[in-house]
Design a protein around this ligand. Structure first.
Ligand SMILES: [Zn+2]
Length: 367
């Protein structure tokens, strides 16, 4: 693991953060796709939310899977391969070390499915993978069969899913003035999720089509990972995988159905157990939370906004670490911190009073 150049952080702001960190007994971190960007994983923002010229939202929905499971599996096969090639970065390792040092008072809630936090040695009991994991699979017949499989790293999963063969198709382009607009079903889904998380704090007027119109802002809203654009109607699907069900991973238990990635698709609810575990962190009868770290995602949109708000109710100050300063507007200037830049450079500096110099924790993770 190579460490990036230390960032340029305002010393007064850093000292203030360090003071709070050192006194914090309960800390929550919320991770988005931005933390994995310096590991080389696409956030799909850079590709305008396209994969093979296809809106990635289209291949990360139950409707997309019903329409063409082969296409969805090609997308996930591509992402599994990319995630296997990527390495955890200093931000993942620093959080893993924080988890060991502050155990059990530090918990990470991640929206990422790339498996990089587990690979950095983040203690499992202190890591809630809200949107599942690319390397977990399950039978499409959740009720009747219920087969699940964790940590399947086989790549490709079937010969037909060998994505290296059609590498050139991988990423597409779109005219930025001609991006798809938010659709009403999506907006309703987002509103429900916001209501679920924010409870009575939820303002039922939002998020509105107006809020979501600039798709840059909408990029960080919900779904299995931060994705870059809205789904056009299913009839707009231009690609077909040409794969039949026999080409796709088969359920070894019922031998009648195919498997699907065990991730939370856009429009699906979080796994109940995961949602309950996450909520339990903020329950009324628990100790206060002193600090909430929002990393690589906007603290203004679901789900980070919901969890940051819940942490705030428990007394937490919020630190946002993101490449985009605009994502943090609306925070309390006297209470919250915004650190702009690469989390892999910033987090080791921020957490140093507790986790020590990188030399100390690098050793325990490189072996
Ligand atoms: Zn099955």
């Amino acid at each position: 693991m190579s460490l990036p150049t230390p960032p340029n952080i305002d010393p007064a702001k850093l000292a203030d953060f360090h003071n709070v960190l050192k006194q914090s007994k309960r800390i929550v971190a919320v991770l988005g796709a931005g933390i994995s960007a310096s590991s080389g994983l696409a956030t799909f923002r850079g590709t305008n939310g396209l994969w093979r010229g296809q809106d990635v939202m289209q291949v990360a929905t139950p409707a997309g899977f019903r329409h063409d499971p082969g296409l969805v599996w090609q997308f996930y096969s591509y992402r599994r391969r990319e995630a296997l090639k990527a390495q955890p970065n200093a931000a993942h390792y620093a959080l893993a070390e924080l988890a060991r040092r502050v155990a059990p008072g530090f918990v990470t809630l991640t929206q990422n499915v790339d498996n990089l936090s587990p690979r950095a040695g983040h203690p499992e009991a202190q890591l809630k993978q809200l949107h599942g994991n690319l390397f977990d699979l399950r039978c499409v017949d959740t009720v009747g069969c219920g087969y699940t499989e964790r940590g399947n790293y086989e790549n490709p999963l079937t010969p037909a899913l060998d994505t290296i063969k059609d590498e050139t198709l991988t990423l597409g382009h779109i005219d930025p003035d001609n991006r798809p607009k938010a659709n009403p079903i999506l907006l309703a889904g987002l509103a429900r999720k916001n209501a679920q998380i924010l409870g009575d704090k939820y303002d039922d007027k939002g998020p509105s089509a107006v809020d979501l119109a600039p798709l840059k802002a909408a990029a960080a809203v919900g779904g299995e990972q931060e994705l870059g654009a809205r789904p056009p109607p299913m009839s707009d699907i231009r690609l077909s995988s040409g794969l039949s069900k026999d080409d796709l991973p088969q359920c070894p238990k019922c031998q009648a159905n195919i498997l699907r990635p065990s991730v939370v698709w856009f429009g699906e609810a979080l796994a109940e157990s995961t949602a309950l575990e996450a909520d339990a962190l903020f329950a009324e009868d628990t100790e206060p939370i002193e600090l909430c770290l929002v990393i690589g995602t906007s603290s203004k949109v679901w789900p980070a906004a919901g969890y940051a708000e819940k942490a705030r109710k428990k007394g937490a100050r919020i630190a946002t670490i993101n490449m985009d300063a605009g994502d943090a507007k609306g925070l309390r200037p006297d209470q919250d911190w915004v650190f702009v830049g690469d989390a892999a450079a910033i987090l080791p500096e921020l957490l140093k009073p507790v986790i020590g110099d990188p030399g100390a924790w690098k050793k325990s993770t490189d072996s």
